[in-house]
Design a protein around this ligand. Sequence first.
Ligand code: SF4
Ligand code: SF4
Length: 497
Amino acid sequence: MATAAFETPKLKSYPVIPLVQVGAMSHLKPFVASGPIQTALGFPEALVDDWQEKAIAKMGEMLSKYRSLQVYMDACVHCGACSDKCHYFLGTSDPKNMPVARQDLMRKVYRRYFTFAGKHFPQLVGAVDLTREVLDEWYSYFNQCSECRRCSVFCPYGIDTAEVTMAAREIMASIGLGQKYSNEIIGKVHRIGNNLGIPGPALENTLEGLEEDTKDDTGVDVKFPLDVKGAEVLLITPSADFFSEPHVESLIGYAKVFHAAGISWTLSSHASEAGNFGMFIGNYEQMRNISMRVREAALELGVKRIVVGECGHAWRVAYSFWNTLIGPFDFLDQRYPVPQHICEVTDDLIGRGALQFDKEANDHRIITFHDSCNVARASRMGNMPGGQFVIPRRIITSVANHFHDMAPETIHESTFCCGGGGGLLTDDLMELRVKGALPRMEALKHVVDDHGVNFMAVICAICKAQFTKVLPYYGFNMSMVGGVHQLVSKAIRLGDK
Ligand code: SF4
Ligand code: SF4
């Protein structure tokens, strides 16, 4: 691993609120999207001449379209309840990474142009002009928010900083100041079909290779079908599952579950990506266009169910937005949730006794579970409140003997972000990613020290990639992170169907 050009924070007991260091992260901003990346998404290729006027007009449009944004701008009483809840503030000490301060970057501009007091007495109400300096601060600090929503859990008014961040990014992209990482990936989905840019033939080869490897490992013909018309289930999974470690281990797990339960399934080369970075940049049109491939694939293949693999933000988009954006799904089998999470499928099969496990196969692992933000705070699973917390843990304890949760204030709806969500999983933000992972690393260290935990299970492709990269900064082994279905894969009993 290359030496970091910044200091990795020391692991401390938690919760410790840091002394503020003004401007500690003001130097950090992600690469700006180039002209071709921007224009491929219909955005201006560079900052337009009349950017200030256009940005204010766009803000006005969004305030009238999204009433929640208007409420968030007006409702904050600066009580400070959110100020120490952001992992990026806790990890960087930069006061502009306090959620309320992040919101205020937009609120000050909102007041200047959209309130009576701000128009006439700006100094009295802390209103500011949208200057180039302010815009640069927006670009820096709205790209230091992973849209994880932890702060909103603690806000007495339910103000959602993630939505403010999304709105700010949408405004910036619309005037030609887009973020390279997210916008480039969205372009790849439109052009090639998935975030990693894997063309159809390469995907086919990969799946054939996985069939051979799984046969070698188990002696069983577990299939990884692609574009099979008439299959019961269409699996939409993050493209990282096809190539990346440890992601691919979970894909093998899903395939084994379908095999063991005798469920016919298929992947789609047209919709070979569950991820949807349209949400990260706050752009509903992009989110809809990316999602539409799923509906088209489901209709084309004539499937009865759509199941989503281990990916946090993809599940949020699917659970919270698909029905509105690309529904209705009246052509699917209504006896199943639409859409359905792979954990719901596996949990249901376990509950009905349709899967058998050798739990001892995971005895070398002492496991904890990291709740991913978008699953924990922006979606649900099963038919009970909090099902998204219960179901993954119930699967883990069905397939393994040793499980310990991390401290209660760091899990479930209070979970800390991995530090790489919301379109920040890029090397140009590595300092932020490492520092933002601090609260989760501290909670992990406690269960490592107290219980000997050596494996952190997750159900998010971004969490897997982020933790693999940042765990070594804190002295942990990168291979101690993996998917819930990686554990399922290890323990499941297979028989020829
Ligand atoms: S949404 Fe998450 S990353 Fe953004 S300010 Fe709130 S706690 Fe921080
Ligand atoms: S908790 Fe809510 S009301 Fe209080 S400062 Fe934060 S955003 Fe404002």
